[in-house]
Design a protein around this ligand. Sequence first.
Ligand code: GLN
Length: 485
Amino acid sequence: MSHKSLISSHEWDAIEKIVSDVNSGKITAIELVEKSLKLIEDSKEYNAIISVTEERAKKRAEEVDAKIKSGMNAGKLAGVPFIAKDNFLAFGGETTAASNILRGFEAPYQATAIEKLEAEGAILVAKANLDAFAHGGSTENSDFGTTLNPVDSTRVAGGSSGGSVASVTLGLAPFSLGTDTGGSVREPASFCGVVGYKPTYGLVSRYGVVAMASSTDVIGPIANTVEDVAYVLDVLAGRDSKDSTTIDRELSYVLSGSLQNTAHIAHRVGVVKEFLGDGVDKEVREVVQDAADQLKKSGVEIVEVSIPSIDLALACYYIIVPAEVSSNLSRYDGQRYGFSKPDAVELEDSYNESRAIGFNPENKRRIMIGTYVLSSGYYDAYYKKAALLRTKLINEVNKAFEKVDFLVGPVAPTIAPKVGENASDPLKMYLLDIMTVPVNLCGVPAISVPCGSAKGMPVGLQIIAPMRKDKELLEFAKYYEGVRK
Ligand code: GLN
């Protein structure tokens, strides 16, 4: 299998350019969709895709082309093919969340995110692989097999949005959608060398997305550049009456202006001290230090910042998230969605047997931990303590942001692991999340931008901003792309 170039392939122009070419008649939506479908067919060995939505995609492309021919406005994303993680309810085939328990389930309605993209003329061409129910960091917990890393296929693409991220790295579509509950957009983006964005909690509606942990779940766009990610966010962001956690948006997230002019937006950037300790591979640390040095040379003030509670964030996350998972997965009872054990005698047996067969070991582990930490005898010792710690962490992060505009550090402690390296050791797998989960617990926005390589594999720089400073963060990330060598 070939090793692709380190930092994303360039099968596609910038999204804004594609849209302008579609509008000017230089290329048609159907040509774009066919190109995407062909690339998907040719990249099957990476297992990035669970299903293609060919028939519906072609029909929609024809509609977009007809609109343009008749001089109508076909939208901000006219004709742009995209791929969504298979935990977004979407028409055109099954929605599986990569779990056996959802096999056979067809969504009766679409996620708000998909609806918004479609309303602007974007075309869903395929549904991407993930760890079942987004539980994991490598797609090795998928019931549909592991997604391989396009840069080195002996390694994982990361997870849980591994299929969405590998799709962009392989150039199957100009952008994709993932979800980030504890790092699932940023971690694979770091491992595969593309840009992955986790917006402020509530900025993008989660209506119609298979819930993992409702207090941290967010939807995030993945693309080749910060500019493309911002362009897609501009379509996704905003209030939705169907998701009561959604918040107001900025007028626009589209980035414009020259890079030099954005230097003033970051007066001071804090390198998180706890993120550069022994738990992080030396090579990864060096690449991230280099990135900070480049920012410094460009005129940004770099200071060291300590957030002591960050060391406990992983433990806190792996109490709070399983608690919410155990509740969110209770709806899969073998009666309402997807798989049902055919020969169960009593209703009670049908519940038990459908769940026993349908959920995989990692799903079950989380259900068991979650129900345990919520049970009456243990609630105070675990869940309540974790909730208190979460507040302490939020306070410390807010305090840090009184002194700096952004925080930076690595995304993950290592490069992409080899396939199978962590698969049998859940704790080792959880440790990959050590620098991404604090962000989700706080709800703040963060991005992974390629910043170099270690042992021939991509490494992402994580940039974190205060709540609702998404626009500023994207501007600064674009500025960083400009100073990156
Ligand atoms: N790897 C993390 C976990 O397994 C994050 C998952 C996610 O963001 N969906 O919980």
